[in-house]
Design a protein around this ligand. Structure first.
Ligand code: HEM
Length: 433
């Protein structure tokens, strides 16, 4: 195994995200991937991933507080809040009508990381009370602002706390459609192993970076299974049954989108640079689900089949199916548009190479976005990226006069100077695929 001063350097995307470990779930207890129980499995496994990360972040925020570093603690609080938002989306999805079926009720209190989160939260609360004297609280809360660390910690803590109560309530009784217990459904020892599989030394957001890939992989696998069934049902003109599968896919897509937000909002270039070498020659474009299936082959086949059915048939059930397909289509293109934040924020522009060697990472992602729109069987003339007269703001922002261009150029310079070996394809980055 190749290592640097922080720990292992990933050889493959699958290894980086512990996909072989996560894949052991089906051997441990098989569930048909397109079943409602498999959807609950993916959701609850994702909940466990999010809870392990919440515990990790709370423990590290507590350590920051004990050191008297409220600034650092406030950064962890931003991530903690981000994970609570994802937990809320997961918990609301778990209770959506097409998925619930009263065969058995389970609750999140059975989960080990849930109990760990409670203990970590109690330690964090004690540390806050020990750090910020009670007599200061009224003044800080009443007149403080987000530019002050103490206020930020308290404010983010209170919104994270309220968010916790929302998902805690929603996950207190989940009606699932199989007569199996929590352990066989969730296979928690596999999630724990996947969390512990790989870590780095020091105060990094590597675990969180992995979690925000792992959740889309877990949820994406069942989402893809539902879309495949929808395609088969459509070929048999069973439009209503296909529409139900698409509704489930659309519900799950909200989780995949939610996972981008903490990376967009909390991960800064310096955080990403700290862990970048340990990612090795990997990329989300190696992702088992998103790139290889969901956003490409499966969506394109579905959209093509729906478009050709609509040319000969105009019945109401097919129109409803078309509406669900349009909703999924919006997710596909919007996910790509939002993912663009990540190379923009963490790599920058001006021929900054990606880890796998794309000569201009940002242009590579922009080209992937444009190509996807052009290939889209449901395309109705739009072309993201080439601003016409009705997009003067976009035209200005992509022009040389804008601050956005200046920031992109300097962000790119920072990446290129910190990673000359990635840029020049030397050392561990000299291998070709
Ligand atoms: C700091 C975070 C990230 C950066 C800097 C980044 C960067 C990139 C880059 C440069 C590419 C183009 C291929 C290449 O040269 O590597 C790419 C593609 C891709 N990435 Fe990311 N990425 C990030 C996070 C993610 C996450 C969290 C996911 C999914 C959970 C993801 C999924 C993908 C997918 C699916 C593609 C292919 C895009 C397409 O088909 O249009 N990436 N990414």
């Amino acid at each position: 195994m190749v290592e640097n001063h922080l720990g292992p350097i990933a050889a493959t995307y699958d290894e980086l995200q512990s996909l072989p470990t996560l894949g052991r779930t089906q051997e441990r207890y098989f569930l048909r991937p397109s079943s409602a129980a498999a959807v609950h499995r993916a959701i609850l496994q994702s909940v466990e991933v999010a809870l392990y990360n919440t515990t990790d972040l709370l423990n590290r925020a507590t350590a920051d507080l004990v050191r008297g570093d409220l600034g650092c603690a406030s950064l962890k609080m931003g991530w903690i809040y981000g994970f609570q938002r994802i937990l809320t989306v997961l918990s609301l999805t778990a209770n959506q009508a097409p998925l619930t079926n009263a065969k058995k009720t389970i609750h999140i209190g059975e989960s080990k990381p849930y109990r760990l989160t409670l203990e970590a939260l109690q330690r964090f609360d004690h540390a806050i009370v020990a750090t910020v004297p009670k007599e200061r609280l009224t003044t800080v809360l009443g007149s403080g602002n987000l530019d002050e660390s103490t206020f930020r910690v308290l404010h983010l803590s209170r919104i994270a706390s309220h968010e916790i109560t929302i998902w805690d309530h929603a996950l207190s009784q989940i009606r699932i459609s199989a007569h199996i217990g929590y352990d066989n459904l969730v296979c928690p020892e596999i999630i724990e192993a996947a969390f512990q599989d790989r870590s780095l030394k020091g105060d990094t957001y590597f675990a969180q970076f992995r979690a925000l890939h792992q959740i889309p992989e877990l949820v994406g696998a069942v989402l893809a299974a539902h879309l495949r069934v929808a395609i088969q049902l459509l070929s048999k003109r069973r439009y209503e049954a296909a529409t139900l599968r698409l509704r489930i896919a659309n519900l799950l897509s909200a989780i995949v989108s939610a996972c981008l937000r903490p990376l967009i909002e909390q991960l800064v270039q310096a955080d990403y640079h700290r862990i970048r070498e340990n990612l090795g020659m990997t990329s989300g474009s190696h992702s088992a689900i998103l790139h290889d299936q969901l956003l490409t082959t499966i969506y394109e086949q579905l959209a093509g089949d729906v478009a050709s059915a609509a040319r000969t048939d105009r019945c109401l059930p097919l129109r409803r199916l078309m509406e669900e397909c349009q909703t999924f289509r919006v997710f596909v293109h919007n996910w790509r548009a939002e993912h663009l934040h990540l190379p923009r924020n963490n790599l920058g522009g001006d021929r900054t190479r990606s880890l796998i060697g794309s000569p201009d990472a940002l242009k590579a992602v922009e080209t992937m976005c444009r190509a996807a729109v052009e290939r889209d069987p449901l395309r109705i003339g739009e072309n993201r990226g080439s601003a016409d007269v009705s997009q003067s703001l976009t035209a200005y922002l992509s022009g040389e006069a804008s601050l956005d261009r200046l920031i992109l150029r300097h962000a790119g310079d920072a990446t290129k100077s910190r990673f000359p070996h990635v840029q020049a394809r030397i050392g561990i980055f000299s291998k070709t695929d």
